[in-house]
Design a protein around this ligand. Structure first.
Ligand SMILES: C[S@@+](CC[C@H](N)C(=O)[O-])C[C@H]1O[C@@H](n2cnc3c(N)ncnc32)[C@H](O)[C@@H]1O
Length: 400
């Protein structure tokens, strides 16, 4: 651990003072903690964290928008896939488990779509929400008061005590697991730390050389110093995902049989750890603004890092999941009928006033879901537990 070094850059602008709670915690730990711990506090601390305190608002008028926050189109397209997976599980009670439900939009919209399109299936299905942040769970409870399916909240450990048969959704949640930041100092890989400056601000510092799990990961990703490999400049940094495998193991323990759908920004290792990506993928979001600075106003910004597809695949296999395939959201939604939904909107008789505005808004929402510069770039990655599973509908040819 390196505390008090490197010396402050005399040309660097002064950093604003960190909040008192964080200064106190850093002082109690000799002035610095791993970036992973800092990210965990900044997001999930029950009193001060952006999610923990229920501070972040999701939606077009909130801090950032997600696919389900744009309206019910996303859930309406996803519902046939969920129904198919649930029906494949045969008779008996079933569960739709959403992890990290945010505002509860997706859970509510899917419950409504199942009830409308598959009423017999909905009769034996309940919603199970996994939300560790009390501040978010309170808002979800208000939203889900209208759920047509029986709904309960739990955590993955409790779910493992009474495993369910069903579908687990992880929509934009694994990017909220705290990451380990790694820095190349020209000679060795080090774990990045967050340290308190003499003036009470925050700074990033290279810490101890990586060992154990992280060193093993680096070897698996081909990142160990290699004379044939691309030289990385000193200060090049990126992320590893130590929270993934424990999370996937806990999710696997909670599911006796069924499917897991992960939807998130993700990159192939070759692109994730490419030499030009010298600051990794970590970003902060607040008030519809994005910033590469993870240290500003801790507990008020969302912090997210992309997933690495190969690391996710390895962690999932180790956790007992069988990979079923992956694709971009644009491709998945076209396979699930997005083009037909657009066509259907265009065939409506000419409308005026509020009807026309509604039609245009729905058309716009559908197009945003597949925009290759934004939500269309999300990856859909499916896994199975239990018996052999067929190719998911979203990976099959689009209808017609
Ligand atoms: C970006 S929001 C996603 C919201 C929602 N899925 C959507 O797409 O609109 C992340 C959510 O995951 C929750 N979360 C964070 N860490 C989690 C964890 N380890 N397990 C389950 N949920 C978590 C957050 O509190 C928040 O509700």
């Amino acid at each position: 651990m390196v505390f008090g070094s490197p010396p402050a850059d005399p040309g660097a602008p002064p950093t604003p003072a960190a909040p008192a709670w964080l200064q106190k915690r850093l002082r109690q730990r000799q002035g610095s903690v791993s970036f992973r711990r800092y990210m965990d506090w900044a997001l999930h601390d029950p009193q001060h964290g952006a999610y923990g305190a229920g501070r972040l608002a999701i939606g077009p008028r909130g801090d950032f928008a997600t696919s389900p926050s744009l309206g019910p189109a996303f859930a309406d397209l996803l519902a046939p896939q969920i129904a198919e997976w649930l029906l494949e599980l045969g008779d008996g009670p079933l569960a739709l488990v959403e992890t990290g439900p945010g505002e509860g939009d997706l859970a509510l919209q899917l419950a409504q779509a199942l009830q409308a399109g598959w009423p017999a299936l909905a009769q034996r299905c309940r919603l199970v929400l996994v939300e560790p942040n009390a501040g978010m769970a309170e808002r979800q409870a208000r939203r889900l008061a209208q759920s047509p399916l029986p709904t309960r909240w739990t955590d993955l450990a409790s779910l493992a005590a009474e495993p369910v048969r069903g579908v687990v959704l992880a929509h934009e949640v694994l990017d909220a697991l705290a990451v380990q930041r790694i820095v190349w100092d020209g000679q060795a890989w080090r774990e990045q730390r967050v340290a308190l400056t003499a003036t009470g601000g925050l700074t990033l510092q290279p810490g101890d050389p990586l060992a154990g799990w992280a060193a093993h990961q680096l070897a698996g990703l081909g990142l160990l110093p290699n004379p044939q490999g691309p030289e990385r400049p000193s200060g090049w940094c990126s992320e590893l995902h130590p929270g993934l495998e424990p999370w996937l193991s806990a999710a696997a323990a909670g599911l006796e049989a069924g499917r897991l759908l992960v939807v998130d920004y993700a990159l192939e290792a070759e692109r994730y750890y490419a030499r030009p990506r010298r600051d990794g993928t970590l970003m902060a979001y607040r008030g519809q603004r994005a910033s590469p600075d993870p240290l500003q106003d801790p507990g008020h910004w969302d912090l997210t890092a992309h997933l690495c597809l190969e690391s996710l695949d390895r962690a999932a296999r180790n956790a007992g999941w069988k990979p079923l395939g992956a694709c971009r959201q644009g491709q998945a939604l076209l396979a699930l009928g997005l083009a037909e939904a657009l066509h259907g909107l265009q065939q409506r008789p000419a409308a005026g006033g509020a009807d026309l505005a509604d039609l245009l808004a729905r058309r716009e929402a559908l197009l945003r879901l597949v925009d290759p510069l934004c939500l269309g770039e999300f990856r859909w990655i499916a896994f199975a537990r239990g018996e052999a599973a067929a190719t998911p509908r979203f990976l099959r040819e689009p209808p017609g």
